[in-house]
Ligand binder design. Sequence first.
Ligand code: HEM
Length: 458
Amino acid sequence: MLRMNPVILEEVMPKPIPEAPGALPLIGHALPLARRRTQFLASLAELGGIVRINMVGMPAYVLTDPDLVWRVLVSEGRNYHRGRMFDKMTEVLGNGLATISGKAHHETRRILQPTFHHQKVASYASIMTGVADAVSSAWRAGQVIEVDQAMNDLTARVVNGILFASEMGARAADAIQLRLPEVMKGMLTRTLIPGAWQKLPLPANIRYDRANQEMHAAIDEAIAAYRAEGKDHSDMLSTLLALRDDDGNPMTDQWIHDQVITVAVGGIETTSAALAWCLHQIGVHPEMEQRLHAELDEVLGGRPPEFADLPRLVYTGRIVLEVLRMHAVAVYMRRTLDLTQLGEFELPAKAEIIISPYALHRNPRYFPDPDVFDPDRWASEATKKLPKGAYIPFSAGGSKCIADNFAILEITMALAVICSRWRLRGVPGKQVKEITTGATRPDRLPMIVAARTPAMAV
Ligand code: HEM
């Protein structure tokens, strides 16, 4: 009888993938995924570097080891396409940059990249500070502000300001601002529930369909009006209309539509959630607020912030990094194309893979006391030596957020404007609840406005 040396056997046999406990018949892990998604995903690191879960009858593989994450996103990224979550997003985003894979993605990314080039992003700083000033100068001392909504308003106005400089885009801008939150809510639910439920005439489905249709119709209208007029408004829509493919042909209206909606979906809720968390954390940590104020006073001396101030706003930057660690995007997904070797494991063809920046960022092995908000951890040697894949708020590899610099600039400029003028404190007795839609955001964040002196003039 042929006997295999156990050492050789260990080398050739893929390691078994542990399964998360608690799956129920038929619905698998749907309950923890729906009710406490982020905590559930964060708890899986104890079970192994990759853990199988059951998403309503469909297995999915959650990566908790940064090395495996890096392989899937970057070094072996060609073995994977986007996963189920992105299929669902296609309903809203069409073939926008964020939903397509492979060659089509590569091409689209190359065409769009100049729109998010460093210099282009720098030129958006004045729009960002202008909007932050307009939003926050309307506040009054003693007033209670719904900060989650105010930040959504702020980031929607920034994205809309960059997309549409002309009045012809006003209806599209309004529709994006007012209807997108409903669409985002519906989009995540649709990733988790079976397709047949989406067709039922439930109030949530009706609201979602109506909001979606209204937003898409208004964007089409803006594209048609811009195209008919043929003028360059020095905004992103004009830039998209002026783009040409490799054969010199203009991009189709549908292509432009899909990129516009992708920028709106990618850019509004993510950034507003991060900004709201920044203000919450500053509000509950007065000692951090003092250091922030000292830095703003020293660097800005009462004037509005500019792009060139970014490198000197060191402490502000650490607050932003720490918020993007603690309140990161809950999940995004990939899918194997074929039977795939991943490190010591083997994944079947078409296996759905879940990557959770939120869970990775809460791993105590890489971030001691992960539930403690500590901007100074970003000044430590340990954080500088983090393994690749341990801190990925913007993902990594070929599909990394195209607007990471844009987002950091926007959050920093807005914080600098708001915190130069106001101090915000939580409403006594109000517990802040974390929820996940596209981003991980505070459910409701009412805060009380108090004046700072000296006030800044923008
Ligand atoms: C704090 C703010 C933000 C966070 C945390 C964030 C996070 C992410 C993540 C994690 C991905 C990649 C998902 C994957 O690998 O599949 C992504 C992609 C993307 N993001 Fe962001 N994002 C932010 C802000 C923005 C902004 C402001 C915009 C636009 C103005 C934007 C536009 C996009 C687009 C277009 C993609 C698709 C990139 C591609 O597939 O090539 N994001 N973002």
